[in-house]
Design a protein around this ligand. Structure first.
Ligand SMILES: CC(C)(COP(=O)(O)OP(=O)(O)OC[C@H]1O[C@@H](n2cnc3c(N)ncnc32)[C@H](O)[C@@H]1OP(=O)(O)O)[C@@H](O)C(=O)NCCC(=O)NCCS
Length: 190
């Protein structure tokens, strides 16, 4: 699902097809693979991933940008449940020169606001290795709290000691997700 951002976000913007080559470059980095799992697995071509992001209402991706608007990473919402109003979040700053400079925390804060105010979601959750201290620190600053431990499945298959973290969102309005769809704030290519 491609989302048209309607706020004054500075750290995230809609993902574009011409971002894909850089995402693929980062996706083949072993250190990032270890931390986030692969985005484009062996059976899925990059164009297939993009088509799914465009069409699948349970999936959403945005770009993270620096102060000059240059792509430095991305955030995905996966397993979006419009009924339960929750989604799983995944973030990766692919350009490592931007790690530890506050960009991740800013992007997460903006994504949480969009999820709450524009999409009408009530909570976000994520899975992270307990060894990924930088990520956990950043998640905690945004308000995520550890709620449990998990066995690794899907793209995180084989990882050890995963923790589940959840962020409860406070929305200033009700029924936003229905309105967002009706008013074309979110779109699918169907
Ligand atoms: C995780 C990620 C999104 C965080 O974004 P970021 O911009 O690097 O993080 P921020 O600078 O906003 O915040 C990181 C915080 O962790 C702290 N930190 C970093 N390493 C740390 C360590 N070893 N121990 C304790 N704190 C640490 C930093 O000091 C900073 O906190 P502060 O601002 O209070 O000083 C980014 O680093 C990233 O994409 N990493 C690679 C992929 C990844 O790990 N994704 C998450 C998978 S679940």
């Amino acid at each position: 699902m491609i989302i048209t951002l309607t706020g004054d976000e500075k750290r995230i913007r809609s993902l574009r097809q011409d971002d894909l080559d850089i995402l693929r470059e980062w996706d083949s980095d072993p250190e990032l693979q270890q931390l986030t799992g692969r985005k484009f697995d062996a059976d899925e071509e990059m164009t297939g991933w993009w088509t799914a992001v465009e069409r699948d209402r349970s999936r959403l991706a945005v770009a993270i940008v620096d102060n000059e608007g240059r792509l430095i990473g991305d955030i995905e919402l996966e397993n979006v449940s419009w009924r339960a109003r929750e989604a799983e979040l995944r973030i990766a700053i692919g350009d490592k020169t931007y790690w530890n400079r506050g960009f991740g925390t800013e992007a997460l804060t903006e994504m949480a606001n969009v999820a709450s105010e524009q999409l009408g979601l009530k909570s976000l959750y994520l899975r992270v290795s307990e060894k990924n201290v930088r990520a956990i620190h950043s998640y905690r600053k945004v308000g995520f709290r550890k709620v449990g431990r998990l066995s690794a499945t899907g793209r995180l298959q084989g990882r050890q000691n995963l923790v589940l973290m959840r962020l409860n969102l406070v929305s200033s309005s009700q029924g936003v997700s229905d309105r967002a769809t009706n008013e074309g704030l979110v779109s699918t290519a169907r």
